[in-house]
Design a binder for this molecule. Sequence first.
Ligand code: NAD
Length: 292
Amino acid sequence: LPEQEAFDIEYWLLEEAKLQRMPKPKGLAGRVALVTGGAGGIGRAVAGRLMAEGACVVLADIDAEALTRTEAEFAKAYGRDQVRAVTLDVTREDAVIAGFAEAVTEFGGLDILVSNAGIASSEPVETTSVAMWDRNMDILAKGYFLVSREAFRLMRVQKLGGALVFVASKNGLAASPNASAYCTAKAAEIHLARCLALEGADAGIRVNVVNPDAVLRGSKIWTGEWREQRAAAYKMSGDELEDHYRKRSMLKRSVLPEDIAEATYFLASDLSAKSTGNILNVDAGNAQSFTR
Ligand code: NAD
């Protein structure tokens, strides 16, 4: 796709030039954030973005090896004082409670939660097993509930408000072929965010959603089985599907982990102080906006 690549490069050079002209505020200095799935593609980009704005970040992930590697990379880039890692499984209540307690002990509080840890699965409904259904509901719907509950408990005691950002998916709004368990669990995350926005408002706790369309680079989900499973569901090859995603978007661009990180920073910071219960789709202008 040489033409597309040249187009992408030109776009990013333009973006880079714009960024260089902008003042560099440290919008999150003094804030503490916890990012679940912080050792994965999107979570890692989000954590880096928050650290660049001065936040202290706790990376929480089930993958201990990737977590150690990521923590070391960030410690080198931003300093040991700005990063910690906690190994936890978001589906286990005891582990989530202990992990949050550890995070708070390390940095003395919690201002931001980015709930992002996740999986993806693809299967026609006729062959979807109860185990697959439960796994999606456990990691996505229940996992997002458990970490949010812990954040709410801490933030209410602190009395300083807070910001929760859910990395959900466009698939939580729009049906995608052969992925009913995943789509339904993502829809549950989105509605959970709306409910929590209502509950947290009196305490100044904001809850918003970033909805990525397919993130084609840097994601372990995408480079795993998901890419080929999605391609099979669309009756295309993996390359054709990626091209299809770009072409169906208004901007004709791929969505990257850095794009999700930028939107998450906005919703985690005071830039979005008057926004709660909302969804920010990061999809290069896609699906629901026009017919295709
Ligand atoms: P990724 O696989 O690169 O990262 C996911 C991370 O979550 C991994 O580090 C993994 O170890 C961790 N994780 C998985 N199960 C966990 C558990 N039980 N407890 C703690 N950590 C766990 O994938 P990604 O693309 O960065 O995905 C991040 C989020 O973005 C997910 O919620 C995913 O559904 C969502 N999303 C991804 C895409 C995409 O195309 N990649 C599109 C839309 C939404």
